[in-house]
Ligand binder design. Sequence first.
Ligand SMILES: CC(C)(COP(=O)(O)OP(=O)(O)OC[C@H]1O[C@@H](n2cnc3c(N)ncnc32)[C@H](O)[C@@H]1OP(=O)(O)O)[C@@H](O)C(=O)NCCC(=O)NCCS
Length: 169
Amino acid sequence: MPTPERDLTPRPVKDSQSEMAEVVLPNDANPLGNLLGGRLMHLIDIAGALAAHRHSRSYVVTASMDHLDFLAPVHVGDLLILRSSVNRVYRTSMEVGVKCWVESYITGTKRHVSSAYLTFVAIDSECNHLQVAPVIPETGDEKRRFEDAGRRRATRQAESQRRAGSGNN
Ligand SMILES: CC(C)(COP(=O)(O)OP(=O)(O)OC[C@H]1O[C@@H](n2cnc3c(N)ncnc32)[C@H](O)[C@@H]1OP(=O)(O)O)[C@@H](O)C(=O)NCCC(=O)NCCS
């Protein structure tokens, strides 16, 4: 099947914004009833991919996930909210930010439990890399995340070169 022409018109960050909600069930938890870290990473990966798919209008693969802190435990029965959006686009890759909260549906309060930055690469059905449309940051927060993403990419690239240089990649 011929590859359809790709639309590389710049798109605003808001077009990629995505939200997932999950009630934590016993199967997701350790014997103390706390959400497993690996399960949260899985949900973060999916929430991040949603934003990357929406922005790039393509298949994507996860290239990397940066450092991840588990700031507070999440318990069985908690309502977990994951919000994601594209922070910055390069050529074929995108940095996506994912923020996770636990929301109490009794009191309406929210508790920040984790945040992560992931890089996704756009691909076609034969795994060829695809160019991605630029992203347009509009709000103050989006502009700050765009600038911060540039610094994180420089750090990632420096770290990757350091590892390659030491033969440890
Ligand atoms: C990620 C992957 C696509 C990179 O492909 P590659 O041919 O090695 O990489 P390239 O050097 O051509 O880089 C392609 C893009 O990925 C980015 N990239 C590659 N490795 C990266 C990493 N570890 N972290 C962040 N970005 C990365 C590059 O910066 C480049 O971005 P740009 O085009 O926007 O400048 C490839 O390694 C892969 O398919 N990995 C497996 C992905 C997967 O299966 N993920 C599921 C979870 S296991």
